[in-house]
Design a protein around this ligand. Sequence first.
Ligand code: ZN
Length: 223
Amino acid sequence: MKKAESKLSLCIALIAIILFASIPLWHIDLNSARTQTHVVKKKKTKKREIHQVTWGYPFKRLYEKKIKFKSGQKFGQTDVIRRYYPTKSYFHDGYDLGFSEVGHSTVYAVHAGTVHRVKYAPSLGLYVWVISDDGYVEIYQEGFLSITDIYVKKGQKVKLGQKIGKLTGSHIHLGITKTDKDYIDKKHDHTPCKYYWKDNGTWLNPMKIIENDLRKAGKDPIQ
Ligand SMILES: [Zn+2]
């Protein structure tokens, strides 16, 4: 009996030692479990970050109501012949916003950047050429009848939504490209319109860029 009792107490003592010795292990486990939960929580918060809008429409009216663009030429292939030689081309290198849809109203910067040039060219009319820090280029052309319709000057920094000028012509043509593309026509006064007839990747769809950005921010684009 005594032997059995001592064996039992030895067993109990051993179990107690093992349990006691393993306390730090539980502690580590609990701590690591806590750390993991913390990491997971952190990841979740990151996902919920609000997308900062960096692009916007050039006219306020585009935010206010759904506008169907019927009269102006959209970006890409159109039914208007824009060049006959050496081959016929139906490619439109920008997006036309007509006064019948947006009114003779203020033109706002669609993206932040620095005004590279304000000038007149026979094919572009008076135009505003903006270069952005992130490598995009915006060209506002054909919409300004007088130099007084343009509110910015060369070298000026413009913010998204800043007033560029006022549409006084029949429409404004908004062109967007990247600085890493060959978009400058060096033969014609270095105007920003090289390959205006050719869909070779130089010109990007302005509405797509603007609306993709608005969509990321949970806003409702017009199209
Ligand atoms: Zn156009």
